[in-house]
Structure formats: C-alpha cells, structure tokens
Ligand binder design. Structure first.
Ligand code: SAM
Ligand code: SF4
Ligand code: SF4
Length: 342
C-alpha cells in the first residue's frame, strides 16, 4: 500500500484533470481568441496526443496515490473519437469513484450522452455564457446558437446526468446582463448554474482586474431577485460555493477564483493533452510524462513515483499570491486553458 503524498502545504492529491485535446471547435474570446488561434495556429499533431492507454496508465498511477476523481476536459473533449471507450477504461481503475466531463456541448447528441453515461461517466458540466444569440456568438467567437447548447443540456439530462452543471464565465460589461436571465431560465430545473469569475488564463493577453465581476456582486444581484442561502454539503471539497434559493428554486454555484482564491484546498493535478503534468494552472514546472512513457518506457511503479515526487515538491498557490503580485499585472506563466482544461 502506497502512502498517499501531501504537497509542501499539506494538501492531499485527490483530483486529476485530463485535457484530452488542445483543439476546439469554438474560439471563446477568453480562452482561445481567434486572433491567436486562427488558421495559422498549429495544433498538436495526432501522434503527440497521449493515447487512451497512456492516459489510463497515468490515471491508474494517480489513483494509487489517492486520486478518486477524474475530469475530462480540453480543448473540447468531445473532439476525441470513441470517447466512451476511454471512459470505460477509466471507470475500471480501482479507486476511481467519479468521472466528470466539461464540454461546450455543441457536439453532444442524445446517443452520445447515453453512451458516455453507460460507459461510466458520472457527471457532466456544459459551458454556456448567455441565452441571447449575439452574446453567445460574440463570446464563443463562433457561429453557434444558445439553442444548440440548451439542446445538449437536455440530452445530458435525458441520459441521466442529474443535476447537469452549467459553467458561465462572467465578464464585466460583456455578459453580466445575462446573469439574471440564466438563473431564471434554469431555476426549478435539475441544473446548477456556476457563475465563474473571469480568470487571467488563456489566450487573451489583456486580462485586467476591471473585467472581473466579483462573485460577491453576482451573489448580490441574484439575492436581490431570489433570496439565497448558503448550501454546501462539503465546503472544503468544492471550488464552487453553493447557494440555494430560499423559495426552493434550486441551487447555484459561485466560483470566486480571483476574488476569493481556494488554493488552500486545491488538490488537483492536471495532465495536458501532450502528457505534461502540472501541479497548478499557473505552475512553471511540469513533468513530461509522454517522454517518460514513450522514450524511457517507465513501468507503473516508476510512473507512480514520478507523480508522487511532483506532488511532494508542489507549493503552488498562484491565485492567493495574485494580489500581492499584481504590480506585475500578469501571472508568471499564462497557460492556455485549451492545454490545461481550466
Ligand atoms: N471546451 C470545454 C468547455 O468549454 O466547457 C472544456 C474546456 S474549457 C477550457 C473548461 C472551462 O474553463 C469552461 O467552462 C470555460 O468556460 C472555462 N474557462 C475558459 N477560460 C476561462 C477564463 N479565462 N476564466 C474563467 N473560466 C474560463
Ligand atoms: Fe473551446 Fe472551451 Fe476554450 Fe471555449 S472555453 S474555446 S469551448 S476550450
Ligand atoms: Fe490550484 Fe494553482 Fe488555481 Fe491555486 S492558482 S487554486 S494552486 S490551480
């Protein structure tokens, strides 16, 4: 039995985020803006992406160190073919109790949702930033309609993903008008809208504090329409603070990644599509597992030791330090969400 490692700040390792591809069919302005991810952008060639077998080996090693939760993300995870096959492989790993996925939903058919559910996917989060077509088109940098994403949410519910979570990135002056309509639309439905503060990650180099609408303010606006009460069955385990409507209208989440960082309880490791493991969204150090797997042909024991070593050296808490570092305006490393999956 391996002793589960803790990092230098005493945090255990419980979650692994798997970015399955750096590609996406959308060009959200806050993540993969068209200006940087246009026709000239070179995405990873297929051979550089970890295979399902390689991803499963890394997930198994992480499970031996205490990881119980996996999240499939990207880029857009639904761009990986035969995704249900990967979910089946991951669900068979001893110790893995929860396999979630975050997707933009545009490629999710009813059949696909059901196949993923049957393969062992336990939870589904779908991203949607507004209900009005102009805002969705502008923020997604693409010709998608809100109805397309709303249909995906229905497919997810139909396949038994209850509740479905909906991620809404809130940008001051861009889609703050959509906060109340989004909440109103999903009240009394088995859907939890999670309002996310705009973070200084991703492609845009011009992130400014003034573009962040603080979770506190989002809460104030929602509470003025429908009084909210705290609702957190397991507060330390969540990055979102959950609230429920006092009138029984359901639950919402607030992700205050900028204004109230949660580094103290951050127990996540991130595997990029090309096999780099990062201890933090903003970590400068990363471990090249693709090289270890392919060139060094490491065995499972060595793979587990590599991950354990990385975790034990970890002392990242970028978001907590963001304010004191703000004179520098930008983080030391600005990873693309498409590589690390948020
Ligand atoms: N393509 C999928 C999607 O959009 O759901 C999965 C990958 S995406 C990088 C994961 C989540 O990160 C999405 O909910 C997205 O809205 C969020 N995200 C991306 N860039 C962000 C930013 N700058 N600040 C806050 N959240 C962001
Ligand atoms: Fe694609 Fe998701 Fe990034 Fe939007 S947030 S560009 S859907 S990876
Ligand atoms: Fe975790 Fe790094 Fe984000 Fe802090 S800044 S919550 S350590 S990923």
């Amino acid at each position: 039995m391996i002793q589960p490692p803790t990092d230098r700040l005493g945090r255990p390792l419980t979650d692994l985020r798997l970015s399955l591809t750096d590609r996406c069919n959308l060009r959200c302005t806050y993540c993969m803006p068209q200006a940087l991810f246009g026709a000239k952008h070179r995405f990873l060639p297929r051979r550089d992406l970890l295979t399902f077998e390689e991803i499963s080996r890394v997930a198994s090693a992480a499970a031996r160190l205490g990881v119980t939760k996996l999240r499939l993300t990207g880029g857009e995870p639904l761009l990986r073919h035969n995704l249900a096959e990967l979910v089946t492989m991951l669900a068979a790993i001893p110790g893995i109790a929860d396999i979630a996925m975050t997707s933009n939903g545009t490629l999710l058919s009813a059949e696909h949702a059901l196949a993923l559910r049957q393969a062992g996917l336990t939870r589904l989060t779908i991203s949607l930033d507004a209900l009005d077509a102009p805002t969705v088109a502008a923020m997604s940098g693409s010709r998608i309609s809100p109805e397309q994403v709303l249909r995906a949410i229905d497919h997810a519910l139909g396949a038994g993903f209850v509740p479905v979570k909906v991620n809404m990135v809130v940008q001051a002056g861009v889609n703050e008008h959509a906060i109340i309509p989004m909440a109103a639309h999903f009240r009394h439905k088995p859907v939890i809208v999670r309002f996310i503060e705009y973070m200084d990650v991703g492609g845009p180099q011009d992130w400014r504090h003034s573009q962040v609408l603080a979770a506190r303010e989002i809460h104030r606006r929602l509470d003025a329409c429908w009084p909210l009460e705290p609702f957190d069955p397991a507060p330390s385990a969540h990055v979102a603070r959950d609230y429920r409507y006092g009138d029984g209208g359901g639950v919402i989440g607030l992700i205050a990644a900028v204004s109230q960082p949660f580094c103290r309880s951050c127990s996540r490791l991130r595997l990029s599509a090309q096999g780099m493991v990062h201890g933090c969204l903003f970590a400068s150090g990363a471990l090249d597992l693709r090289h270890a797997l392919r060139e060094e042909e490491v065995d499972d024991q060595r793979l587990t030791a590599l991950l354990s070593g990385l975790w034990q050296r970890r002392e990242d808490r970028y978001s907590e330090l963001r304010h004191s570092r703000h004179d520098a305006a930008q983080p030391p490393v600005k990873p693309f969400m498409g590589q690390l999956g948020g």
